[in-house]
Design a protein around this ligand. Structure first.
Ligand SMILES: *[C@@H]1O[C@H](CO)[C@@H](O)[C@H](O)[C@H]1NC(C)=O
Ligand SMILES: *[C@@H]1O[C@H](CO)[C@@H](O)[C@H](O)[C@H]1NC(C)=O
Length: 390
């Protein structure tokens, strides 16, 4: 009897292994990436993770603006005259609040069509993002009033103060095409520091990228005089937000799946080198420097014991990803079951100054950027149909 059970169990294990190996019904979350690999993603010891939490859930007091007038506003920017906000949204437009209405400002795709018309949810735009564009990082050049845009599909672009169709500045560096341009900042000479989050996964597969953990992201520099793009750092784990320090001596960038900020030195004896700057309580999206030189970091989701385990155990992860479980469920397991809101502020030296949360995600969820202006915090979210203001 025991022998028969062993044979049946053995057969089941073999059948499951074969099923997972060939994924006949394309039900695994990585079905579109049959040769995917899983990579070790370094996570600090739990004791090194900052434990401060906002027990008052202060972000629940945020005001919701432009509800259902815009979808998925990732980055928030104000022009040199203080007008705005300007934000890039899920249908590919960069829009602008003129004080009474949301109006179109710019486009990154020269080829928009009815495919980009309004849709019920942010997810419905994913499949046409390469046609409609997906503007992520936005920054104004304070001297010229030009708006620089990192578009996930169209690379690095620029548009004048009047808006319209943006001009492409760069789509590749050192022979390799950008696959997922994400965020940018400018120095005083007009050089642009920006990130390409992956050379393999496009934005629409950002969940698959996080699950795989592949490190093919780059930190790049565009020199407007030479019209040349150089690679500053490569083999990064989904680098996303980028922001200059106030004194312009370094640029910080977020390494999403590692839950940290690193800095790349632009001045001084460490020029050209990078180091870990801050270990964050969660996994970051964008970072913005305020007038005092402090850094506001938008946390996509807070660390969980499971996210640490999942990041560190590549074989376990590979098996899980081959099972017929949709990516959405892996994502929910990673984020601890529900979308929530968290933002953190660091001093210019990298000390934690403030944490604001909505731990239940009642009002504010998955913040992708925090822009501080005149004592208010403007928060975008790549998944939500509004901007939150605290
Ligand atoms: C904003 O744009 C709307 C629509 O184009 C227009 O009717 C309105 O007058 C504008 N408001 C301001 C303050 O410019
Ligand atoms: C423009 O969009 C159409 C589909 O709407 C597509 O067939 C065509 O290849 C696109 N052209 C460019 C240059 O992207």
């Amino acid at each position: 009897m025991a022998g028969a059970i062993r044979v049946v169990l053995g057969a089941l294990v073999v059948a499951l292994a074969v099923y997972c190996a060939i994924d006949p019904f394309k039900q695994s979350s990585m079905a579109d990436f049959p040769n995917f690999e899983t990579y070790f993603m370094y996570q600090p010891d739990w004791s090194e993770v900052p434990s401060a939490r906002d027990t008052e859930d202060k972000l629940q007091k945020a005001e919701i603006m432009f509800q259902n007038q815009i979808q998925g506003p990732e980055s928030i920017a104000f022009d040199p005259l203080g007008r705005g906000p300007y934000t890039g949204i899920a249908d590919g437009r960069v829009v602008f609040w003129n004080g009474s209405s949301i109006i179109d400002f710019a486009y990154t795709s020269p080829n928009r069509s009815e495919l980009c018309d309004p849709k019920p949810s942010v997810f419905s735009y994913l499949k046409n993002e390469h046609i409609c564009g997906r503007p992520l990082g936005l920054r104004f050049d304070k001297k010229t009033g030009d708006l620089y845009i990192a578009d996930a599909y169209f690379g690095l672009l620029k548009v004048g103060p009047e808006g319209g169709i943006a001009t492409t500045l760069a789509t590749e560096a050192e022979g390799e095409q950008f696959k997922f341009t994400n965020d940018l900042d400018l120095d005083d000479d007009g050089n642009v520091y920006f990130t390409d989050s992956s050379t393999r996964f496009q934005r629409r597969n950002f969940i698959q990228q996080i699950l795989s953990g592949e490190p093919t992201g780059r930190l790049l520099k565009y020199n407007p005089k030479k019209k040349e793009t150089t690679v500053l750092l490569r083999d990064l784990y989904m680098p996303n937000g980028v922001s200059m320090s106030k004194d312009k001596s370094f640029v910080v960038f977020c390494e999403g799946p590692l839950g940290r900020l690193s800095r790349y030195w632009l001045k001084g004896e460490k020029t050209g080198t990078s180091e870990v700057f801050v270990v964050l309580p969660g996994f970051p999206d964008n970072v913005r420097t305020n007038d005092k030189g402090e850094f506001w970091v938008a946390i996509h989701f807070m660390r969980t014991k499971f996210s640490h385990f999942f990041s560190r155990h590549t074989s376990f992860r590979k098996i899980m990803l081959k099972l017929p479980i949709p990516a959405k469920y892996h994502y929910l397991a990673l984020i601890g079951g529900r979308l929530h809101g968290a933002i953190v502020k660091y001093s210019p030296e990298g000390e934690l100054l403030e944490i604001l949360e909505d731990r239940q995600g009642k009002v504010v969820k998955v913040v992708s950027e925090v822009e501080e202006k005149d004592g208010k915090l403007w928060m975008g979210s790549v998944l939500m149909p509004f901007v939150a203001v605290y």
